[in-house]
Design a protein around this ligand. Sequence first.
Ligand code: PGA
Length: 251
Amino acid sequence: MRKKIIAGNWKMNMTRSEAASFIEGLSGKLNTKDRDVVFCVPFTDIFTALSALAGKGVYVGAQNMHYEDSGAFTGEISAAMLTDAGVTHVIIGHSERRQYFGETDETVNKKVHKAINAGLTPILCVGESLAQRESGITEEIVRMQTKMALLNVAKEGVMKTVIAYEPIWAIGTGRTATDEQAQEACASIRRAVAGLYGEDAADAIRIQYGGSVNAGNAAALFGMPDIDGGLVGGASIKNDFAQIVNYDSKG
Ligand code: PGA
């Protein structure tokens, strides 16, 4: 049985004081017994989030990092800076970073390698655009993105990686994929992992769904056989996040 993992992606939201009061209101209400919970916060909120969440069994993640160790990369953050700060997870290859900040399958692959080598859990994002879905190539796209992101990554690292299937047309739009669409894409990703690394790796790797997850649709999505939780954007900075985390896994 794979443990569910529910991660909030705060994106570019929350000053330190906002983060502190939001977490204070929420942290005692989160079920962390049989599920992993991660808050992926802006860099400036990392320490605030870690201290507000101390002892609560919730992880703090980042939303990006660079693949080089150090050097002349103005504005970037390294894996070592994140681990030293106490971060355990990092979102890699989010579609907003691919779209607005020039991330490619190649840079995503380098970041996955670096994150794993640094002991961070990558939350690797893949997903098709609306045009790709409408052309009937969703499966090819997500399989290709998965394979390119994992190129030359050792099996042991892959088994610890989390993949987030996030159809671009569902992100921030209120238009959630149906349970069946999300299941189908997550199953294709799992089959791609099985083809590369074997059934045991495919059984171990956790695959999330992301894209307009909310308190009303989380339980059904997370209940699908190949969906091991969610990556939540807009609803992760609202009190709804507690309801999403605490979704009833017995349906
Ligand atoms: P959303 O974002 O939940 O606001 O659609 C998801 C994401 O971008 O990770």
